[in-house]
Design a protein around this ligand. Structure first.
Ligand SMILES: *Cc1c(COP(=O)(O)O)cnc(C)c1O
Length: 410
């Protein structure tokens, strides 16, 4: 979002105009930003056979999936429903990676039936997979490297007490099951969490993976997952993608030499591709002055954007309809009957009732984590491509709130 002649625009489209056209609150995504982020990754990993799999759970709208597919990358899904959305968006089954976490084996069978490459995250599923399919379908393994990394404990997935992955310390158990059923392990995978800014954490994880990989002779790829940190405000530390790409490429080449064969290097960015593309636009309902705090109450809440309340995520907030107003401190709060704070002690241009506020970095885990709590409808979603704003999800209505509820005679 750019600040031009006191007007906030996305690809030249005035954001206030967007709230008039599509209503408020509304999620708006900038297609150019998604494209740029993909290009950044391609450039950083230019020395290897790179396959990018977009982690669909970050933002799962079918039109976003189609847009991402058009950029020539694959997709990573965590449920059969996400897989079906990806297929519907035009991804071929082999371009999809299915990484479910602790699901019933029937979901894995469903994945196989859909033709998806399967990534298993526990020994019990591996056992069942071997017993049912033997060497008929290759499978990859999600490993847990016993490494603590990530923005905070709630979004860290690679430490030894995390539920994710098969511990690298259980290598001999893995090998026993693989040998018993002749399972073809064609990939190793790791995903250590989100918001990891230290390049070292990724490299350390990679080394652990390489040590394990030499025990699997049929590998086609190694998947380093994701967790790249993006900037939430000016000056925020981020993962240095170029530096990481350079270092990881170098150690990957070294590993491939040792392994005796060139493998595919995969990454699965979610947040990195879509976080900065998204803006949630809301209207200010009420400005409430208490003896100590000025609250700006908006027409949205944790039902639409739960990240601040769920894991203390920071979303930069801008008053886009009063860009020259005198700056003042505000607590920006939602309308949900629960503590519902988007940001405290934020310096904003004077906020008046009716103003439009923009929440930045709302592309990833915004709409996809939204709910109907307080029986409130979810917002519309809009994608901007080539300077054109296109509606990609209708705003929900009261009918949507009632749908699937069964009204019995009482
Ligand atoms: C969520 C997830 C990702 C994406 O993580 P980001 O931090 O959004 O980039 C990648 N791989 C797997 C297996 C995931 O579950």
């Amino acid at each position: 979002m750019e600040f031009q002649q006191q007007q906030y625009t996305i690809q030249g489209v005035d954001v206030i105009q967007l709230t008039r056209e599509f209503g408020s609150p509304v999620y708006v995504y900038d297609g150019n930003v998604i494209k740029q982020q993909i290009e950044k990754l391609k450039k950083a990993y230019s020395g290897v056979d790179l396959k990018i799999k977009y982690a669909a759970k970050a933002l799962t709208n079918i039109s976003i999936l189609k847009f991402v597919r058009k950029q020539g990358i694959g997709v990573e899904v965590v449920s059969p429903e996400e897989a079906k959305l990806a297929l519907r968006a035009g991804f071929r089954p082999e371009e999809i990676m299915f990484t479910p976490s602790g699901v019933d084996f029937s979901e894995i069978e469903e994945g196989v039936a859909l033709g998806l490459p399967i990534n298993l995250d526990n020994l019990s599923s591996l056992q069942k997979f071997g017993a049912k399919y033997g060497d008929k379908f290759p499978v990859s393994l999600r490993l847990n490297p016993s490494i603590m990394a990530g923005g905070n404990i709630k979004i860290s997935t690679g430490h030894s007490s995390s539920k994710f992955g098969i511990s690298v310390q259980q290598l001999s158990e893995i090998q026993a099951i693989v040998a018993q059923y002749n399972i073809v392990v064609d990939g190793l995978h790791i995903h250590t969490g989100s918001d990891i800014k230290e390049t070292d954490a990724f490299i350390k994880t990679a080394q652990t993976l390489f040590e394990t990989a030499v025990h699997f002779p049929n590998l086609k790829f190694i998947d380093f997952g994701s967790g790249f940190k993006v900037a939430y405000k000016a000056g925020d530390p981020v993962t240095n993608i170029d530096e990481l790409g350079k270092q990881l490429t170098a150690s990957f080449h070294e590993f491939c030499e040792r392994y005796g064969r060139k493998l595919e290097l995969r990454i699965e960015p979610g947040k990195f591709l879509v976080s900065e593309s998204g803006t949630l636009l809301v209207n200010v309902n009420v400005v409430k002055q208490t003896p100590s705090i000025t609250f700006a109450g908006v027409n949205s809440g944790l039902n639409h954007l739960i990240r601040p309340m769920m894991y203390d995520a920071y979303h930069h907030i801008v008053n886009v309809s009063n860009p020259t107003g005198a700056e003042k401190k505000y607590n920006i709060v939602g309308y949900i009957c629960e503590t519902d704070t988007f940001g405290s002690d934020r310096l904003l241009n004077e906020v008046r009732e009716g103003d439009v506020l923009a929440f930045k970095n709302a592309g990833a885990y915004g709409f996809s984590m939204s709910s109907n709590y307080n029986s409130r409808p979810r917002p519309a979603e809009v994608l901007i491509i080539d300077g054109q704003a296109k509606l990609i999800r209708q705003r929900e209505t009261f009918e949507d709130i009632l749908r699937n509820q069964v009204e019995i005679d009482i």
